[in-house]
Write a protein that binds this ligand. Sequence first.
Ligand code: ATP
Ligand code: MG
Length: 253
Amino acid sequence: MKIFGKVIIFTGSKGGCGQSFVANCVANYCAIKTNYNILMIDMNAGSKDSRAIYNISKEELMSIADIYSQKKKPSISEIKKIIVNFNNSLSYIFPPLKHQEQFFTYTFLKYLFNLFKGIFDLVIIDCDLFVDFNIKKGSIYDLSDELIIVSLADKVSVSNLNSMIDYFSKGKENLNIKVLINKYNIKPSIPLFNLNSLIRYPISQFLPYDRDIENLYLTKGPASIFKYNLKLINDLSQVAESLIMTIFNDYNN
Ligand SMILES: Nc1ncnc2c1ncn2[C@@H]1O[C@H](COP(=O)(O)OP(=O)(O)OP(=O)(O)O)[C@@H](O)[C@H]1O
Ligand SMILES: [Mg+2]
């Protein structure tokens, strides 16, 4: 049987670059605009971002680390316990509230993601590079169909971004990469006309910072922002639409 679900990983070139913001917004857009089943996985242990935007403060809510075992595959009922469904086509897996090192084996993650791909049309993962350093015998990025790197436009971020691009294009030639430049309109930022020559990869999208949208996102949640006809919203919609197209094309081929 062909498995259609796609795994898309969002990562970033520096803390605070907006990788979680973009990932959560894109997941919500896809759930609102299509009938596809979407799963959003927040792999950032100890960060309260995704929990805060959904008011999920329950400490006892299980995360991937709780069902992890090196010896035994988790059962379907165990897996169901970590998935929170929001009464529509959007589901979430939240991280543990307290920071803890998360060690997984590649085989475990492969098993889990393949299972998700059989249930969900799109699995979006918010995952920092350092999460990958704790994965034994493989890399989480080898399990993704597409990697979206979010970066700010300042000097340090761009330098980190180039190192990441080198890292991924040497070891993982088959990985489909997209680069998004976020908050290009706030300082310190390299002028746009210089960015294209400084970044060693084509830029897919430039997303502006929008303070009203940030407030809305933080107070009313990511689904609330798509009512507004603003540049940031149109740009985020385009990022999401391109993912929807890849699922659509797969089903129709
Ligand atoms: N384009 C944007 N417009 C408005 N607000 C944004 C934009 N991008 C990010 N933000 C806001 O900036 C803040 C930092 O973004 P976010 O938490 O997504 O960054 P991150 O890269 O995931 O950081 P961390 O390293 O903490 O995980 C958040 O409050 C988010 O809502
Ligand atoms: Mg984050």
